[in-house]
Design a protein around this ligand. Structure first.
Ligand SMILES: Cc1cc2nc3c(=O)[nH]c(=O)nc-3n(C[C@H](O)[C@H](O)[C@H](O)COP(=O)(O)OP(=O)(O)OC[C@H]3O[C@@H](n4cnc5c(N)ncnc54)[C@H](O)[C@@H]3O)c2cc1C
Length: 860
């Protein structure tokens, strides 16, 4: 049976970009259909691991031009700056839009975005304290009444081909991965948002789905765009990321570095010379692992307890809950063991590198009516915020320019059906996991860097040969059909990756395109994008496209004008036709927990949920709190505050309130309810976020025996600039609290007193505050007296507090690399002083990579 659907705008993939595209197109009044092969509520890269926005250009913290230049440098010049500029200039607006939806971004005590510096230049990383909830927030927005009427979501439906008629995208064909029903969609415009090609290489663990990427991202969109005739670009520029050894989670230097963690080799030396996360950085990482100085580690053992527990709080929850279990299974702890790192398998991903569908600054592909957004589009280093921005752009453009009601091409519909159902005709054929393993082993053996022409040619032979094996695979359920079709997508991506890598006969982008047989970069011949597409004869053809003129000039990169060149074709195999279907049994569970959970999609009122919130069974109450948090009916904030009085669900209710803090309406009644709440730390946090807290209330919080309450009180007092009350907190017995006071207070007398504290970290924090309060002479004096303090943390503070370049330059000989790094960075403010210039030149030969790099930057 075929299910026939129609819409103005079809969005394929309900992750980051797809969700935003669907919301924008529906808000523009269009009839939108969103198809997701998993379930939108928890699908895609966004569902887990979003510790922060990697590339937020926040006014006052960074400039779009600097960001564009940074990304151009990280990509060896091969970028369309117009697309990157969209992310740079629209990212901030998107952050604010997401905040209105309820997503939380880290703020300092004064309510400003707390952007962190992770790379050596530019501050672009904006932490998301509750990053694990973003998908939930988006799903909630999509189901608001104003959108529900225009935005239809079909979960577990997987398109396999975009349908094209007279050169225009007119719809898609696919199937339901639970029932096996064949589905066709007639659409006025199609937006591909299916994420990265994440199951390309085989991870070191050997597990097919234990990949760096979300495993449902098998490269479907790359393949669909290719078969629709769209151009793809930079497919030879692979994604390779730093990982934890033996565990397929990111190493999380982005998270660890702002806390003071850093990458070292087995000798304890920092070795990464490159400034921005790029293929060059990955080349340095791979070379270090392979050298006599390997393996490499994320160094954490030098960090204080509070930094380690904060890191664990992020990495073992927001990042991946299994991560803590993995470390403890090995008997490892960040306090006692630095984390061994490795590199990931290869993948294709515009968001992390550059390989993707070729798009303009509105997400339009080269096929009219077809758009691409997110990781599968070629907008280098676009990450999450870029996926949101381009989802929005594509949604808006498609809503304006759709052409609905075109007839669907019968031949392509039949081919799509054959691509899916050929496997159910042959249930005893080779099982998909075996064929997929074999295919991806060839990817590791012949396509992953270091690349050579011989290996790449062998890869192409293997992938051609494997077309027949893939067609023979057997499936016994709709789920297995999905897996089989995914293998055909992986094969297409592997073929494109090998063919492009063979075509670009030079080396570029560090490890991403390291041709060891042609190790030099050749800007004369290859200052070009390498694009590929399927031509009318079904062949893969290659085109060199010139790099568009830069909007922002970039130091160290000479833009070269060029012209379009057609480079010829390589032949590929095609599919044949027939149809079949199968159904899968759906297991239905029952019970009161399921009863309340099933209410979530019907937008229940508070009155409907109340009986569950007071149910005698705590698991029902907990489920009710989760539905309350997701459905947010009118009055939800009071219900959550009430639930915080119930010990059985207190944590869940507090987490819900924290999660929703951006959408909680501030009112006196809420303030009063929070003031009475027994969950005081959360109550103070929420009062601070809503700007409802008073100095009196926070002062009372300082009396609490619970350190979390006292910390929340200090945060509130810093926001209100209540120095007199903070001075009281400066005598608190807990070191964490005194550190927070030192980080927020402006009273120099208190800072000087804290710089003599018995605790190393308090002394360090007090000295580090010097720049914030204008380098007062009293702190300089203290720093000069502490120059030989045995604790390196204090000497880092000394470097930042001294107001004399000669004394600071003396610290360049310190045995500790972090002290030398702090000294180099402090010297930047006297960079024109001849004595400082000499000192910085000396630092260019330091053994530490960070010291060398910052000296280089300071010298310009
Ligand atoms: C482990 C990890 C950590 C990251 N951390 C950060 C971070 O901290 N900060 C940051 O800025 N960026 C981060 N990123 C990058 C960021 O998450 C991505 O750039 C962004 O989410 C990509 O969005 P997308 O819409 O392209 O893909 P996704 O959000 O992955 O969505 C793709 C969706 O398409 C669906 N799909 C695939 N094929 C089909 C099909 N045939 N039919 C229907 N549906 C289909 C998938 O199921 C999925 O839901 C991280 C990425 C990863 C993998």
């Amino acid at each position: 049976m075929t299910v026939e659907l129609s819409c103005d705008v079809l969005v394929i993939g309900g992750g980051t970009a797809g969700s935003m595209a669907a919301i924008t197109a529906a808000e523009a009044g269009r009839d939108v259909l969103l198809l997701e092969k998993a379930h939108v509520r928890h699908s895609g890269a966004l569902a887990m691991g979003m510790d922060g926005v990697n590339n937020a250009v926040i006014p006052g913290k960074a400039r779009p031009e600097d960001y564009v230049a940074e990304i151009t440098r990280a990509n060896d010049g091969i970028v369309n700056q117009r697309t990157i500029m969209q992310t740079a200039t629209r990212g901030f607006e998107m952050v604010q839009r997401l905040e209105r939806y309820g997503v939380k971004f880290e703020k300092d005590s004064f309510g400003d975005y707390h952007v962190r510096q992770v790379h050596r230049s530019g501050s672009y990383v904006l932490p998301m304290p509750e990053g694990k909830d973003v998908k939930k927030v988006l799903y909630r927005v999509m189901r608001e009444r104003r959108l529900r009427e225009r935005l239809r979501i079909e979960n577990r439906v997987m398109p396999v081909r975009v349908l094209v008629s007279e050169g225009r995208a007119v719809g898609a064909a696919g199937f339901n991965t639970r029932t096996g029903e064949f589905v066709t969609v007639s659409a006025g415009a199609v937006i591909l948002a299916t994420g990265a090609s994440g199951r390309l290489g085989l991870p070191a663990s050997g597990y097919l789905y234990g990949t760096y990427e979300n495993p449902t991202n098998a490269g479907d969109g790359y393949s669909m765009a290719y078969h629709a005739g769209a151009e793809l670009s930079g497919i030879e520029c692979f994604q390779i990321n730093p990982l934890i050894k033996d565990y397929n989670g990111p190493a999380c230097a982005y998270v660890g570095n702002p806390f003071g963690a850093y990458q070292v080799n087995a000798l304890g030396e920092r070795f990464v010379d490159c400034d921005y996360w790029s293929g060059q950085m990955m080349a340095e990482v791979a070379a270090e692992i392979a050298s006599a100085r390997g393996p490499i580690y994320l160094k954490t053992t030098h960090l204080p307890e509070e930094s380690i527990s904060a890191l664990e709080g992020i990495l073992h929850s927001t990042e991946r809950p299994s991560r803590g279990t993995f470390h403890s299974g090995r008997g490892h702890d960040y306090r006692t063991h630095d984390i061994e790192m490795h590199i990931s398998e290869i993948g294709l991903c515009g968001g992390h590198s550059a390989s993707g569908v070729w798009v303009d600054e509105n997400g339009c592909t080269t096929v009219p009516g077809l758009y691409a957004a997110g990781d599968l589009a070629c907008v280098p280093h676009n990450y999450m915020i870029g996926a949101f921005v381009f989802g929005d752009l594509a949604g808006a453009h498609a809503a304006e320019n759709f052409v609905a009601g075109q007839p669907l091409p019968a031949e392509q519909v039949a081919e799509a059906a054959e691509l899916i159902f050929r496997h159910s005709r042959n249930p005893d054929g080779p099982p998909q996991p075996q064929v997929e393993y074999k295919l991806r082993r060839f990817v590791n053996d012949y396509v992953a860097p270091p690349k050579t022409a011989t290996k790449l040619s062998l890869a192409l032979e293997a992938f051609d040969r494997m077309s027949a094996e893939i067609a023979e695979m057997g499936a016994r359920s709709p789920h297995e059909l999905m897996r089989c079709v995914e293998v055909s997508f992986i094969r297409d991506c592997a073929e494109m990756a090998a063919a492009s890598s063979l075509m670009r006969d030079e080396s570029r982008w560090g490890l991403y395109h390291s041709r060891v047989d042609l190790p030099e970069r050749d800007d004369t011949r290859w200052f070009h994008h390498l694009n590929l597409r399927k031509n009318a004869a079904g062949e893969m053809e290659f085109i060199k496209r010139p790099v568009a003129e830069y909007l922002v000039p970039v130091d160290g990169i000479a833009h070269r004008a060029g012209s379009v060149e057609f480079l010829g074709v390589r032949s590929v195999s095609a599919a044949s036709v027939s149809a079949s279907s199968a159904a899968e049994e759906v297991v239905v569970e029952s019970g009161r927990v399921l009863e309340v959970l099933s209410l979530v999609d019907s937008q229940p009122t508070l009155a409907v949920l109340e009986p569950y919130l007071v149910d005698p069974d705590v698991t029902v109450r907990r489920a009710a709190v989760s539905v309350l948090t997701e459905a947010v009916p009118a009055g939800f904030e009071f219900a959550l505050v009430r639930a915080m009085a119930d010990e059985g669900v207190r944590d869940a209710a507090a987490a819900g309130l924290r999660e929703l803090v951006e959408v909680v309406p501030a009112s006196d009644a809420l303030r009063e309810a929070l003031e009475r709440s027994p969950a005081r730390a959360v109550a103070l946090e929420v009062l601070w976020a809503l700007k409802l807290g008073t100095a009196e209330l926070y002062a009372a919080g300082l009396e609490s025996a619970d350190i979390e309450v006292r910390l929340a009180a200090v945060r509130g007092l810093v926001a209100l600039r209540e120095d007199a009350l903070l001075a009281v907190a400066a005598a608190d017995p807990a070191r964490e609290l005194r550190v927070q006071v030192a980080k927020g207070i402006t009273d120099v007398g208190v800072l000087v007193a804290l710089s003599g504290d018995s605790d190393v970290l308090v002394r360090a924090a007090a000295l580090e505050a010097a720049g914030r309060v204008g380098w007062p002479p009293a702190l300089h004096e203290r720093a000069a007296g502490l120059i030989d303090d045995p604790a390196w943390e204090v000497r880092v503070g000394v470097a930042r507090a001294l107001d004399d370049p000669q004394l600071v330059a003396g610290l360049l000989d310190d045995p500790n690399l972090d002290v030398r790094k702090a000294a180099v960075r402090a010297l930047e403010r006297w960079r024109t002083d001849p004595g400082v210039v000499l000192a910085l030149k000396r630092a260019l030969d330091d053994t530490d990579a960070d010291v060398r790099a910052y000296a280089r930057m300071a010298l310009g």
